[in-house]
Write a protein that binds this ligand. Sequence first.
Ligand SMILES: [Zn+2]
Length: 389
Amino acid sequence: MALMEIEAGTLVTPRGVTESARMKLRGKGSLYGETVVTPGFSDAHAHPQVIDAGEGRWSNAYEWIRNRRLKVDEAALRADLDLSSKLAAASMLRSLLDGVTLMALVGRGDANVLAYRKLPVKPRVVVMPTIMDLQAGWPDAWRVTSLLLSVSALDGAIPLGFFIHSIGCVTPESLRAAYSAAKELGVPFSIHLSEGIDELPTLVSLLNLRKGEDSKIIGVHCISGSGYKEYGIRVVHCPLSNLRLYGKTIGRPGEVDAVGSDWPLLLGSAAAAYKAAVKVHGRGWASYLLSKSTVGGYELFGIGWEGDVLVFDEPLEKVLEGSVSPRFVLVKGEVAVEEGRLVKLDLGKDEVDKKVRELIKEAVENYPARCLNLYSSCPTGDGGAGAVR
Ligand SMILES: [Zn+2]
């Protein structure tokens, strides 16, 4: 078997940091990096179809959902499979260039699967369609279960899971059905939780959770309340969107299990989320946060990380700051980014950013919010968006 050798000035793995180390992977050739990190960044929560979040600061997610003014009609955009799929592809490619080697994609499930299948280079993914049956146009737990079963029947190669938009946007029946299906199928179950309101007591009561038992629930945000660990709830930290919407984020970084970009096309990738987390919590937390921002997401979803590698020209200090991008990115042992450009597609960051801007423009032009200038008479009171995230 041919082997690729990667020589590292400093090698960072889940087992620790080693100076002057070598890694061998399947493949051929050799690479040298001043710093080599394995695995790459993991984005434990991303909405690839979100291209607008409105303006303003809010006290909690429900206040934002009710009162935000969007430029785009999200329900109409989401109904466009082709555009939704192109946005998902752009999210994956832009993140890959930043060194993101695993993404958990929520939103329109079939669009995300389609994008993943079509791309010649891509991060690993976990596809978790959004359940939000109290908003028109979004599926309930049963529809998502059918989608997951049909996608897994295709070839079983894409890890799947359930994503509940939030306690306030689903029926209790849908919430319970999705949780029990996730347990039965042995797939991840994730939920937006406690974004400005402590929702832990309600979740505990709705799902009959017990202290000391491992619920395996993945809670996204969790900026309010405490005691998540007592129920085995893993916490995904989304500092970029938390700061944007609420002007605050998680206060106890030691409770973070992984990071999420939330809106990669609007706010940046999981690498940007890592950088923001270090800025908020301080350099003293950088090693811990780097571990949670890389292997943390893999552990959350039970995904293997062999062959996922970032090769940097800069010393570890710069990598820990989050201020540099990898020169090479490998996914499953194959080079996906070479000299800062996507292989097979020959695209760099500037070109992908341009494509993202074009797609956002297309979305806003084709699907403008119906009630943009008629706030007071908008029947849904949500800027005509009808649906959220
Ligand atoms: Zn989210």
